[in-house]
Ligand binder design. Structure first.
Ligand SMILES: [Zn+2]
Ligand SMILES: [Zn+2]
Length: 283
């Protein structure tokens, strides 16, 4: 029933490019997921109805001012949880800017068993801000606010040679609606998550590794069964190697509509706990 409602609403959202927020006299409680267009990179803000936030990644440094403007426009002053999915520059470098402007209660990081100077520098920077760093891995769960569960399903085990396969993969559940954020998990991590037996079912999946062919196996899609997908990826900026045709074809073959930041700009997904609506900003 939820899915039928969703499809109707999604089509309306696509054709009008607008979110039709409920017009009821009592304000509905809405969870908002903002996939911010940061070119090649990742920056997602999740806002609970009571105002608590999760920032999943911060994009590259050159997009940090864009992300900061976006957060300010939403009235964000403090970020409860920063999930730094893995320490690649297109995910964490923006933190060097954002954490000078916004306070954060904690940074959740996979603490990958890989020693590199840039990772040590980033950890030192976060520590210098007095922000606690929490190890994020499968099994860690918390409530963003009452009724909104955040469950980490990856990484299941540390990978000592690939940062992408140490990505924090998070599932957010609000009422009957579920969101899965794959970060840059590639096939190896997908497989370990699938064999872990975690419940991956979700209405919305953020496609892993910017839509690159390294990720998004049929097995994963079979397990998640999403109603639609979002991809944070660059278009002309990176004409080769990003958002692979094979992934787009696979999503198409599975009848999964796709929203992409390189085609649709910022993407805002709104859930009232039952229905999901999509708004795209356009480019
Ligand atoms: Zn990336
Ligand atoms: Zn990466």
């Amino acid at each position: 029933m939820k899915r039928v409602l969703f499809i109707v609403i999604l089509l309306i959202a696509v054709f009008t490019s607008a979110v039709a927020l409920a017009d009821s006299p009592t304000e509905p409680e809405l969870l908002k997921v903002h996939i911010i267009n940061v070119g090649h990179g990742n920056a997602i803000l999740i806002q609970a109805p009571q105002g608590q936030e999760i920032l999943i990644d911060a994009g590259r440094l050159e997009y940090a001012a864009t992300v900061a403007r976006y957060l300010r426009r939403l009235g964000v002053a403090e970020i409860e949880h920063v999930i730094a999915t893995h320490p690649h520059n297109d995910h964490i470098d923006g933190l060097y800017y954002l954490l000078n402007i916004f306070s954060a209660q904690r940074v959740i990081d996979p603490l990958a068993p890989i020693d590199r100077k840039e990772i040590r520098d980033y950890m030192k920077f976060v520590a210098s801000k007095g922000i606690p760093i929490i190890e994020g891995h499968a099994g860690l769960s918390f409530e963003l606010s009452p009724g909104i569960a955040v469950d980490l399903v990856g990484p299941v085990k540390p990978c000592n040679f690939r940062l992408n396969d140490n990505s924090i993969v998070a599932k957010v559940t609000f009422g009957e609606t579920k969101f899965l954020f794959m970060a840059d998990a590639e096939i190896t991590e997908e497989q370990s998550i699938l064999t872990s037996g975690a419940d991956l079912s979700a209405d919305v999946i953020q496609i892993g590794h910017h839509g690159l062919y390294t990720s998004t196996s049929q097995e994963l899609l079979d397990s998640v069964q999403p109603s639609f997908a979002v991809i944070s990826c660059a278009g002309k900026e990176r004409p080769f190697g990003r958002c692979s045709k094979s992934v787009i074809k696979r999503l198409d073959a599975n009848n999964i509509p796709v929203f992409r930041t390189d085609l649709h700009g910022d993407i805002v997904i709104t859930s009232d706990g039952v229905n999901i609506q999509v708004e795209t900003a356009g480019l």
